[in-house]
Write a protein of this length. Structure first.
Length: 292
């Protein structure tokens, strides 16, 4: 299985900077060397948005608009470089709003029989409101499931094709099926996730969106919004092992990692560990390998 790595160094959906530094910070971990040692052919295709100057402002309703839309457009334009039918994609973001572009690109490559599994402590379902300025990072699922060609060009994604795992903050669900983080602290979460995966057609393609703030701040202090509520390393490892061993999962994106925070290197190592351990489930006999 070839692994494609692409960076989306963007903070277009956020109030503060930091997530635009994440792709290069995550590359400094043992993620790519470890995948090579497992004999995965790894192609690092660099970062998108090179040389692009994105607007930053606090004008309602969507902070920094149209910068988030510019990011989505470039992701979709580069869909063939990010996703291939016979490869597994790792997308290093970036704030949470990149989900609009990545899932749109994913659908264009893999077709409409595709599903989005979101690992996130929050429901990113906030609707634009002219009376307040909100970052697109909190609106990603709303843009995908509710927008009617006002902010984005694509048709709505049916909520039945979106699933959210690990939430600990109340929010508008839009009818999206979800499993709260408390259940992943016991076997109940794994059992519900297995049931959820069983409901997805065998011939479907799945993209996983990973917002690092789903993890407890003790293991993820460099989350854009660290929290004293969230998954510990053991529950997170179980979750990733179940998800990433599923052959229908064709890619994962990492978001909301603020590489300008203290202890960022420790947090980056945690992200790498979860991805490595999860992907081991797809390659049970590790061998030494070389880059291609």
């Amino acid at each position: 299985m070839k692994i494609i790595v692409t960076g989306v160094p963007s903070c277009a959906g956020a109030l503060y900077t930091g997530t635009e530094l994440a792709p290069n910070a995550l590359r400094k971990t043992d993620l790519l060397p470890s995948l090579l040692k497992m004999d995965f052919p790894v192609e690092d295709r660099g970062n998108l948005l090179q040389g692009k100057i994105l607007a930053r402002h606090n004008i309602p309703p969507v902070r920094n608009w149209p910068a988030p839309r510019e990011v989505w457009d470039e992701i979709v334009e580069e869909q063939a470089a990010i996703f291939e039918e016979d490869a597994f994609s790792i997308i290093l973001g970036g704030d949470c709003s990149i989900i609009v572009g990545t899932f749109t690109a994913f659908q264009k490559v893999f077709g409409e029989n595709t599903y989005l599994i979101v690992i996130d402590g929050h429901f990113d379902t906030v609707a634009p409101d002219g009376n307040r300025c909100i970052g697109a990072a909190g609106m990603g699922l709303w843009f995908l499931a509710q927008d009617t060609h006002v902010w984005w060009t694509e048709k709505r994604v049916p909520v039945e094709r979106i699933m959210v795992l690990g939430t600990y903050t109340p929010g508008e669900t839009l009818g999206i099926e979800h499993i709260p983080y408390e259940k992943f602290l016991t076997d109940e979460g794994s059992e519900e996730l297995a049931r959820m995966l069983k409901s997805i057609p065998e011939d479907a393609g799945i993209l996983v969106h990973f917002d690092v703030d789903v993890l407890h701040e003790s293991i993820m202090p460099a989350a854009y919004s660290p929290s004293n509520t969230g998954l510990d390393i053991n529950s997170a490892s179980r979750l990733f092992s179940i998800l990433l061993k599923d052959q229908r999962v064709k890619g994962i994106e990492v978001t909301e990692f603020a590489a300008n925070k203290e202890r960022a290197s420790k947090s980056a190592a945690t992200v790498a560990h979860l991805l490595i351990e999860g992907l081991k489930m797809r390659h049970p006999l590790p061998l030494s390998g070389e880059s291609v």
